[in-house]
Design a protein around this ligand. Structure first.
Ligand code: MG
Length: 376
């Protein structure tokens, strides 16, 4: 059903490397649709609602959470996959799963947990996403994890070190052989970037951490704003911001689709195997790249390093470090299910527990462990 009208270089279910545990095929939906559905029903997916990227979850109800971010990535991925004749269902499944492994408190949480895990193999959210779908979700009698199709798992694992790749079996092979992932995975990777570069501008403005005046120095924003005002003279406030961001998103999507199409034509790529052996084909044009770079540099300098953001991330780092230290010193403080895992690998079980926490759960657990008034 779903593999009709796919380009010859798309991932088709007919040539899928399948699932680790053999299962009867689904009825009424494709294998990749089943993957998407399993991801949506997972515990880790539901928790994305209470995890954040830049802002802490309770800072405001209007900001993106990892859940709404993942939905935006999924929307962009599906649009671009369709435009390129790729497998839209696979792109959707990868997009919805791409952030499952994130710790509480966004990048600050991930960095802090990685520091805590330095002597125990490190922590990487990307690997953790794969670990969740392969191992940590407990939903099926017959196997651990979600038993997703190989191509979905391959797309989730965007990058990993050679050391880790060697431990991962077939899913690590492409890193050792230096092969590219499917175009569906490449597109999702860039859709992720398009989503956060744009919604961080929106959320940053809404939070009052960055201003329209500052953004006038960023060419891609200024140009989109000029175009919006030209079409709608006198437009101001939220509508102007949305019309501006809408134009930026559109410019990035159209550029990416056109450039990728041109790369496909120039490379002579015909099959999925060709995709694996070719250089990365999903890319922005040479004209757009520096303008995107300027936007990213602006967000890094003015938003992610804003003193108010830094105060929050500083606290987040301390909370993760405190939790990890307390559990490592006494694993009997862990809830029973995690204690059982800690018998096998203490540090990894603690990291799995902490990474699974939502922002507010981590705050609560910190209070329960460190504040004498908080008993249970
Ligand atoms: Mg993301």
């Amino acid at each position: 059903m779903s593999t009709e009208n796919l380009a010859s270089y798309a991932v088709s279910e007919a040539v899928s490397r399948g699932r680790v545990y053999a299962e009867p095929g689904p009825t009424g939906r494709s294998g990749f649709q089943r993957d998407r559905d399993r991801i949506i029903h997972s515990t880790a997916f539901r928790r994305l609602e209470y995890k954040t990227q830049v802002f802490i979850n309770h800072e405001g109800d209007l900001f993106r959470t990892r859940l709404t971010h993942s939905l935006e990535v999924s929307q962009l991925s599906r649009s671009m996959a369709r435009a390129l004749g790729l497998n839209e269902e696979l792109a959707e499944a990868i997009a919805l799963a791409h952030d499952l492994g994130h710790t509480p408190f966004g990048h600050a949480g991930q960095e802090a947990l990685d520091v805590c895990m330095k002597a125990h193999g490190g922590f990487e959210h990307n690997l953790q996403s794969l670990r969740i779908v392969d191992l940590l979700e407990e939903r099926y009698a017959a196997f651990d994890g979600l038993n997703l199709m190989y191509e979905t798992r391959e797309g989730i694992l965007k990058h990993c070190s050679l050391t880790h790749a060697r431990e991962l079996g077939d899913i690590g092979e492409r890193f050792i052989a230096d092969l590219r992932p499917s175009l569906e995975a490449q597109v999702v990777n860039l859709a992720d970037e398009i989503a956060y570069n744009n919604h961080d501008v929106d959320d940053g403005l809404r939070a009052g951490l960055i201003t329209l005046e500052q953004l006038e120095e960023v060419d891609i924003f200024a140009a989109a704003r000029r175009a919006a005002v030209e079409e709608w003279p006198g437009l101001s406030g939220r509508r102007l911001i949305h019309e501006t961001i809408r134009r930026m998103v559109n410019e990035m999507v159209v550029d990416l689709v056109d450039e990728t199409r041109a790369n496909l034509a120039a490379s002579g790529v015909q099959t999925l195997t060709d995709v694996h052996h070719a250089p990365r084909l999903a890319a922005y044009s040479a004209a757009l790249s520096p303008r995107l770079h300027e936007l990213k540099a602006f967000l890094h300098g003015k938003l992610y390093r804003h003193y108010q953001v830094r105060r929050t991330t500083g606290k987040a780092r301390r909370i993760i470090k405190d939790l990890f230290g307390a559990f490592l010193a006494d694993p009997h403080l862990l809830p029973p299910r995690h204690q059982a895992r800690a018998v096998v690998d203490k540090a990894r079980a603690i990291a799995d527990y902490i990474a699974g926490m939502t922002d507010r759960y981590a705050l609560k657990e910190h209070r329960r462990l460190f504040e004498v008034e908080e008993i249970y």
